[in-house]
Design a protein around this ligand. Structure first.
Ligand code: ARG
Length: 588
């Protein structure tokens, strides 16, 4: 469906042409003086010079042409030469009915669907998820859903950190504790046990212990590096242990991400491309892209136009070991071969910006990607506590994601339980649902690149610019619709009616912005635009609701029109929150 501004502009452009002026002057924008009008056109101001006329004369001529228009209730030429516009209620009804009847509320899917890979989540195996991983998961999931809704083919890949020194550290610590394990017996040739020799909680304790030891004890670190080397070079027992670590860790991660309503299509990791590295290195050397520098193998990526120093991209360390870069480049190579993406989007902490600049330049220079392949780094800011420092537990430790979520669930349960009609299982489910909305909306309503303060009291409030407020609005609509049905009303085949009050018209106008907003949210990779839209929409609805006695309305026709408007509002809100990755309960 045509966007509302395009539809309205078309009308004004025709009037410009009919009055003898360039129709391009007829572009309309949303009014910046909502007290005076809904839309405005400044074309006469721009045309004044060209036609050597007073702008007001042009505006007046155009306004005259608009007099009989089926679109505008009001088209006034005002000094010094603006066109102030208000649309007709009937035009609005027709536009919205078209939206209600169309697929995806009139959003036009991409004409040229792209294959997009979104690299997000990025947890490190065997390290507990902490709040830093929350942002990548929340933002990445939303971007994925938005792009999919626009009709693109989108693949989400978790890109596990599963191949570096942390794996060697875990293996080393296991060996210290249980040297008798068969995995450490070089002469063993039989099959290894199916059962892992540790649980997830042990694993999560082993890693920090090992990491702490290696920082203090160089000999221990040496051992861990050697274990990493042995693992990466295929020592059987180490590979078998690694399989266990991955398995135990991934089942735990799946559970955690499922609680967040986050789903990945691919569970690949740094390790997945290990076998590609030798041929990639060979290729980079043969084509003359890579050269040796102080024993290491590097690709220069600096450019003449650089204003800051961009160091070379290191492909292999002097001991021949691969790095974070190496696996990222090999992953790009694999993705290009297997998935042929048009676009890869990385949702990673913005502190990795320089790193990704190097990787992208290197990928382009070495022709791992096509010139037209888009590579985007979407760096997100830090989630801070109320003290403005990175979010911590009350005791000052790293906040584990599980703990954070369970704290919020508990707080929300207390809140929900004040509503006496909800109890037991339902209360718990609802609390979880509302808590997730609080956390996700609290995050997504900020521009991703900015730091923000994680203020759970604010986020979980039922009032203001919050997830629970949006849910509350949806629940309110659902409850009116349920009562309407109880009164014997039918919701089938209802159509919209012309607005009879300013607040109703304002709600309708807000609804018409859906497709425009969605296109912008996709183009700019900006879920916060969805949040801003539903906040405005929820406000417009609540204003209408407070001023209108919907259920006691005597005029059946008018009431039916309102019910249709409520259903459309509910559907648009629910579609939007689904794109943000949460959902609304039936009541709260
Ligand atoms: N595991 C990494 C980290 O914790 C994030 C991975 C981001 N994705 C990537 N392709 N490098 O920092």
């Amino acid at each position: 469906m045509q966007k509302i501004l395009d539809r309205i502009s078309e009308e004004v452009m025709q009037a410009f042409a009919a009055a003898g002026y360039d129709e391009q002057l007829g572009r309309v924008t949303v009014s910046n003086r909502p007290d005076l009008c809904e839309f405005q056109c400044n074309g006469a101001m721009a045309g004044a010079k060209r036609y050597k006329m007073a702008p007001i004369a042009i505006a007046t001529a155009v306004a005259e042409k608009l007099a009989g228009s089926s679109v505008f209730a009001q088209a006034d030429a005002v000094a010094p030469g603006f066109l102030n516009l208000k649309v007709k209620e009937s035009f609005l009804t027709e536009y919205l009915q078209g939206m209600a009847d169309a697929d995806k509320y009139g959003l036009e899917e991409a004409k040229d669907p792209q294959t997009i890979i979104i690299d997000y989540g990025g947890p490190n195996v065997a390290k507990p998820l902490h709040v830093g991983h929350l942002r990548s998961a929340i933002i990445g999931e939303s971007i994925k859903r938005i792009a999919r809704y626009m009709g693109h083919k989108v693949i989400g890949d978790i890109h596990l950190g599963d191949w570096g020194l942390q794996m060697g550290l875990i293996i080393t610590e296991l060996k210290e504790r249980k040297p008798e394990l068969v995995y450490f017996d070089d002469s063993y040739t039989g099959e290894y046990p199916k059962e892992a020799p540790f649980t997830i909680s042990e694993l999560e304790e082993i890693y920090p212990t090992a990491s702490g030891k290696s920082k203090e004890d160089p000999a221990y670190k040496e051992k861990a590096m050697e274990a990493t080397y042995k693992l990466q070079n295929g020592v059987r027992g180490y590979r078998a242990l690694w399989d266990h670590i991955i398995h135990v860790s991934v089942s735990d991660l799946k559970k955690n991400y499922a609680n967040l309503n986050v789903e990945f299509d691919l569970w690949k990791g740094e390790s997945s491309v290990h076998d590609r590295i030798p041929s990639m290195v060979e290729y980079m050397k043969k084509e003359g892209y890579a050269h040796e520098s102080e024993g290491a193998l590097v690709v220069d990526v600096k450019e003449d136009t650089d204003t800051k120093e961009i160091p070379p991209c290191m492909i292999l360390k002097s001991d021949g070991a691969s790095l974070y870069n190496t696996t990222d480049l090999a992953t790009i190579m694999e993705r290009m071969e297997m998935i042929h993406p048009d676009h890869i989007i990385y949702v990673v902490d913005k502190r990795q910006e320089l790193y990704f600049e190097q990787v992208f330049r290197c990928a382009r220079k070495t022709k791992l990607v096509k010139p037209e392949t888009k590579l985007t780094f979407l760096g997100f800011g830090t989630m801070n506590g109320k003290d403005g420092k990175p979010f911590k537990t009350r005791e000052g430790g790293v906040m584990r994601l599980e703990r954070l979520i369970s704290d919020i669930n508990a707080e929300m349960l207390t809140k929900i339980s004040t509503n006496e009609s909800i109890s037991g299982e339902e209360a718990e489910q609802t609390a979880k649902q509302v808590a997730l909305a609080a956390v996700k909306y609290g995050d997504l309503s900020n521009q991703a690149s900015k730091d923000y303060i994680f203020d759970i009291e604010k986020f979980s409030s039922f009032e203001g610019d919050t997830g629970p407020y949006i849910l509350y609005t949806i629940v309110r609509i659902k409850s009116i619709l349920a009562k309407y049905k109880e009164q014997g009303g039918s919701v089938d085949g209802l159509t919209l009616r012309d607005a009879v009050s300013p607040s109703e018209k304002a709600l309708m106008l807000e609804l018409t912005k859906f497709n425009t907003m969605m296109e912008a949210a996709y183009e700019e990779i900006a879920p916060h635009k969805v949040c801003a839209y539903i906040y405005d929409l929820a406000n417009a609805f609540n204003k209408f609701y407070h001023e209108t006695k919907i259920l006691s309305e005597e005029d059946a026709d008018r009431k039916a029109g309102w019910i249709a408007l409520l259903m459309l509002t509910r559907d648009v809100l629910e579609t939007c929150i689904d794109l943000l990755g949460f959902s609304a309960p039936e009541r709260m």
